[in-house]
Write a protein that binds this ligand. Sequence first.
Ligand code: UD1
Ligand code: CA
Length: 460
Amino acid sequence: MPENLHVIILAAGAGTRMRSSVPKVMQPVGHKSMIQHVLGTAQQLNPDAIHVVYGHGGDQLREHLQAEQVNWVLQARQNGTGHAVELALAEIPDTARVLVLYGDVPLLLPESLQPVLPHDRAVLTTTLENPTGYGRIIRHPDQPACIARIVEEKDASDEEKAITEVNSGILLAGVGELKHWLSAVSDNNSQGEKYLTDVVALAANEQRPFTAVALADAQQVAGANTMAQLAALEKAWQQRQRDQLLQAGVRMANPESVMIRGTVTAGRDVFLDQGVILEGEVVLGDGVSIGPYSVLSDCQLENGATVHSHSIIEQARIGRQAQVGPFARIRPGTELGQHSKVGNFVEIKKTRLGAGSKASHLTYLGDAIIGNKVNIGAGTITCNYDGVNKHTTVIEDGAFIGSDTQLVAPVRVGANATLGAGTTLTRDAPPAQLTISRVKQRTIADWRSPMQKKNEQENS
Ligand code: UD1
Ligand code: CA
């Protein structure tokens, strides 16, 4: 790895064409902002320092990246890429080397920069079928591996516009020489800006030309100026994430429909059905199957766990061979034991459900500690909140909770206890006995409905 490397990330652009109040480089691709992707790439190169040139939305951007080790360089007025780099260079020793990256080019992989780093001076280029809008690479007549100059679209002749090799914007050079060349660059061009790209011709004139390092995968250097381009980057990012999972042996019913907004670790024979969304850190064990339109964030599913359609799981652990859904909502702090089952319209929060226990229908379990082989009947509710505090419900092994039961926490159900259907439990239920709180059923024989009474009155 080359010594003494500094990275400059250009991020002062207003991003007007996004038509958003969020600074452009903070727009997300996958689960991270564009600038976070670029920072991640920069960090992997282990530079001495990373300098971010910012302008528009400065406070928001600094707040967004407050946890990161970066040197902030304010460019109050956008006088061009050359001007932006010049401001950052003022804070870097002349003996260092500098790599310029763009805050709105998030798909670049660190390995694509490796061929750039060994050079003294280099520009990363790529070839585009439609090069419109990009700076064109004019190769050096005597040294074809090098560049004679870069001409911006707005300043290019028709002949130059026909060139399909373009400037990615990513450039490497020595700090001293870059300062020297930039001091000679003027803003005498169609945009009235100081172009960073103008240093390339100055370098060639001094017999120190930039090498062109061509990158075959043009997608990696694509930037986003509009929401349409951002959507295209998102699509490419999603494709990249899915390809990695497919390569790792994950089966998908319809890959295009699967969205990955985070990091997924998957075992063997994992299956993702239509419309699955995975967010944050998701770990899927061997044989895990996720049904259609389920959303999983920051969770771990152990071997053989099955999630049926339209289920939402967030910050939870799902045990071996456990079953979830359809239409289940598993909220943060939940742990489902092995072979447990959570069925439709069940919401579970901060609850441990033991091995082999079941809550198959229409239930709310919150702040509960539930043992093994417990059966929770339909319509059971843990009344965990008194309006001020949350309280815990404990249900010991083997208990049977009849349907439509309310457990008013704090309360405990002993092992192998049975609660009769419709019970409102306000005190602990002893183990291995039936506890029931139910109004005794009666039938009123001479009862008449208001309608019957009315008819009788009319007829009398
Ligand atoms: C630039 C290159 C062009 C290249 C293209 C690749 C120049 C003159 N042109 O053109 O050759 O093909 O990128 O995408 O460099 N920025 C600042 N301060 C400024 C101006 C820009 O920080 O004063 C930042 C922007 O936020 C952006 C980046 O620099 O991240 C590029 O600026 P932009 O205006 O988009 O340059 P292009 O015209 O696309
Ligand atoms: Ca641009």
